[in-house]
Design a binder for this molecule. Structure first.
Ligand SMILES: [Mg+2]
Length: 428
């Protein structure tokens, strides 16, 4: 089989004004869609981070992809992400240093696995060793936010959304009480059984109060996670840990960097997790030797694809490190890939993060994937089990061109509502 066509399409879709340590989400989130066609008439799809640099990286390898056999992933990886070449880092404001070759190859690998799955009549999880579970659990991802739905509605409410989650997702949530209302609406709509709070936004005591109210509202059987995105000092992290001990399932990136996380780990009795200080295989030795974390949040989009993340899982298992899953704003192709991956990794025992409920738009045929009791059923159809609606893809591409955004910058968005705001870390 030979790859005959390689299409890279940048898209934008509405994203509500969510807050994080880096600032504010823009009215549109950016993603990139990969479509790879073969001479067998089979097309595979992938989805990855968005913006001009991502498109440039993917276009740069066009000649390496065309004419290749999609089954020969090792050969393709050697071309796109050669071992030993660890110089090409792309710095992003939200996850630190990400390797662009890992991201580029990962996106292409997912599309190739979709092709192989379709050619062999097997779901992608079967290509990763087969499923160890039929349902993949996801976690509610809670954000402090301003009123509005993003997109053309910006900071205004969408008048068409009159009930359920689509109305609730537009509500302002800038204190503990409002956050609990948001959590209740999200859990009622999707059935999530664990809750993650994006922190590092309000003064820490208000965020601790939010955790306390969530615990009171949902009870001790609903695991809670807190992610200040390295926006707390070591001292603040230690002080807050005393109140979070026995309450949190894990404490995600309160401080910045492997060394500070290791220092924190020695002084607190809470499992520490990261998607910031350990984001590539080259980070592993130092992270594990220092004892910086007990849990890694993997993400096939920047760890180098689905097979690389399976390898990460085995390394974690050997070292007794837990594995959870990180997310950015994304659509259904990414969610399907995450679900196949989670289905095939025995030690991915934490509910996965997902931003999916925050996105109203979708470009897969049949519309948004549906959570049942906080979980997605692992697809049984060949490949990823999702197809692109070309009309929606074209519309979202036009939206990308029209919105004028070419890369994510939460600091600039924040300055639009708070002039002079700077993304200094640690803020607290
Ligand atoms: Mg995180």
């Amino acid at each position: 089989m030979e790859i005959t066509s390689y299409r890279i399409t940048p898209i934008a879709f509405a994203d509500p004004p969510l807050r994080a340590a880096f600032g504010l989400h823009a009215p549109y989130a950016l993603r990139t869609i990969i479509e790879i066609e073969t001479d067998a008439g089979i097309t595979g799809v992938g989805e990855t981070h968005g913006g001009a640099q991502v498109v440039e990286d993917l276009e740069a390898v066009r000649d390496l992809v065309i004419g290749r056999d999609p089954y020969q992933l090792n050969a393709l990886e050697a071309l796109i992400w050669p071992s030993g070449d660890h110089t090409a880092r792309t710095s992003t404001p939200w996850t630190g240093a990400l390797r662009s070759p890992a991201r580029t190859f990962g996106a292409i690998e997912v599309a190739c696995l979709d092709i192989i799955g379709k050619a062999t009549g097997r779901p992608v999880c079967d290509l990763l060793g087969g499923r160890v579970r039929d349902q993949v659990e996801f976690s509610a991802y809670l954000f402090y936010k301003h009123a509005g739905a993003g997109g053309r509605f910006g900071f205004d409410m969408n008048p068409a959304a009159t009930g359920g989650w689509s109305a609730a997702l537009q509500q302002e949530a800038l204190d503990a009480e409002a956050l609990v209302v948001q959590a209740q609406a999200m859990v009622a709509a999707f059935g999530f059984k664990s809750l993650k709070l994006k922190a590092g936004v309000l003064p820490p005591d208000e965020e601790l109060r939010t955790i306390a109210l969530l615990r009171a509202a949902f009870g001790p059987d609903v695991p809670l996670r807190l992610d200040p995105n390295a926006n707390w000092s070591l001292e603040t992290s230690q002080r807050c840990a005393r109140q979070l001990q026995g309450v949190l399932e894990y404490y995600e990136d309160p401080v910045d960097g492997k060394a500070a996380m290791a220092q924190l780990a020695r002084t607190v009795d809470l499992p520490l997790a990261t998607n910031m200080c350990c984001v590539s295989f080259e980070d592993i030795v130092e992270t594990f030797q220092q004892g910086s974390v007990q849990i890694i949040l993997g993400d096939h989009h920047f760890w180098g694809g689905l097979r690389a993340t399976v390898e990460l899982a085995r390394i974690c298992r050997v070292w007794g490190i837990g594995l959870s899953m990180h997310s950015n704003s994304h659509l259904g192709i990414s969610l399907a890939a995450m679900t196949h991956l989670a289905a095939a990794v025995p030690n991915l025992t934490y509910a996965c993060d997902t931003h999916y409920p925050w996105q109203d738009e979708e470009l897969i045929v049949g519309g948004k994937l549906q959570f049942q009791d906080g979980a997605l059923a692992v697809p049984t159809t060949p490949g990823l089990g999702v197809e692109i609606d070309q009309t929606e893809l074209a519309r979202m591409h036009q939206q990308y061109l029209d919105c004028g955004l070419t890369h994510r910058n939460d600091e600039i968005e924040m300055q639009k509502i708070e002039p002079g705001w700077a993304a200094i870390r640690p803020r607290f």
